[in-house]
Ligand binder design. Structure first.
Ligand SMILES: Nc1nc2c(c(=O)[nH]1)N[C@@H](CN(C=O)c1ccc(C(=O)N[C@@H](CCC(=O)O)C(=O)O)cc1)CN2
Length: 282
């Protein structure tokens, strides 16, 4: 079975659009984009488009790549103080000279739609989240849409990033899965992954997970979005996941494609987080 991000994200947006029709306030999301990273620009424009689809006002603040940490914090402070702004997001990655942690901590936790502020991360890990990070939440919504329960299953998360791997493990644990987190220093990665009922691949290495690593009938969720050079494509690149879809789809009971899988859910859940935080404030 293909777990179709287009279908599930459309359903999530439709549900939210209806709720927003009844909501007493016009929602407003501020997105900060620093520099000219092509993939980031494309993700930010997907976010703008999705906001428009459900009726959320969006504002993209494009800043020069040479901005300092202090100057960027000042932009964030003014958005924190702006009553009309319900959500603030800083598109990652930031240029190397900027202190990412300082920036994420400058966002008012009550407007932190990414759930990257230590206050919101802490609540998540204590099992008391107000919101959840968009990509892991998108994965959980996708599983739920297709009636795949993690309870009692062995889930293996490959990758330990703050954005995906760690919060993903927390959400699966909260949903009563037994969770293993693997990473670049894990010995016998293949053996660990082969034991999994649910595999979450979030390593950022094109087609790294092959058929030989997957247990018969496992559910495979591919969070990887890798742009690989492809002169035959008019864009000059092709997007592939961390999973070798062709071979793994022959053995998995369910699998997400790339593109068309988890990435679309990330954007849909961002809209929901904007709504959830706004509801906490009215
Ligand atoms: N502040 C944040 N920065 C980043 C996040 C995040 O959640 N918050 N996640 C990623 C990038 N990301 C969202 O920002 C993102 C990635 C992928 C997609 C998406 O729609 N993917 C499409 C393919 C897109 C393409 O053609 O390039 C798909 O999978 O079908 C949306 C958002 C890092 N930064």
């Amino acid at each position: 079975m293909i777990l179709d991000g287009k279908v599930v994200a459309a359903a999530r947006k439709q549900e939210l659009r209806k709720l927003l029709e009844e909501f007493p306030k016009q929602l407003h999301l501020a997105v900060i984009l620093v520099g000219n990273h092509p993939a980031s620009r494309s993700y930010v424009s997907s976010k703008e488009k999705a906001c428009h689809e459900v009726g959320i006002d969006s504002q993209v603040i494009s800043l020069d790549e040479n901005i300092t940490t202090e100057e960027l914090k000042e932009v964030i402070r003014s958005l924190n103080a702006d009553e009309k702004v319900d959500g603030i997001l800083v598109q990652l990655p930031l240029p190397n000279h900027i202190n990412e942690q300082e920036i994420l901590q400058a966002i008012d936790p009550s407007k932190d739609v990414d759930c990257f502020h230590p206050y919101n991360v802490g609540r998540l890990f204590l099992g008391q989240p107000i919101i959840q990070p968009c990509t892991p939440k998108g994965v959980m919504e996708m599983l739920s849409y297709y009636n795949i329960s993690p309870a009692g299953k062995h889930a293996v998360v490959i990758g330990r990033s703050n954005i995906v791997g760690k919060p993903m493990a927390a959400l699966l644990l909260q949903a009563n899965a037994t969770v293993t987190i693997c990473h670049s220093r894990t010995p016998n990665l293949s053996e660990e992954v082969k034991r999994a009922d649910i595999v979450i691949a979030a390593v950022g290495r094109p087609k790294m997970i092959g058929r030989e690593m997957i247990k018969d009938g496992a559910v495979v969720i591919d969070v990887g979005i890798n742009r690989i050079e492809d002169p035959s494509n008019p864009k000059g690149y092709t997007i592939v996941g961390d999973v070798d879809f062709e071979s793994v789809s022959q053995i998995a009971s369910a699998i997400t494609p790339v593109p068309g899988g988890v990435g679309l859910m990330t954007v849909a859940e961002l809209l929901w987080n904007t709504y959830t935080l706004a509801r906490c404030r009215v």
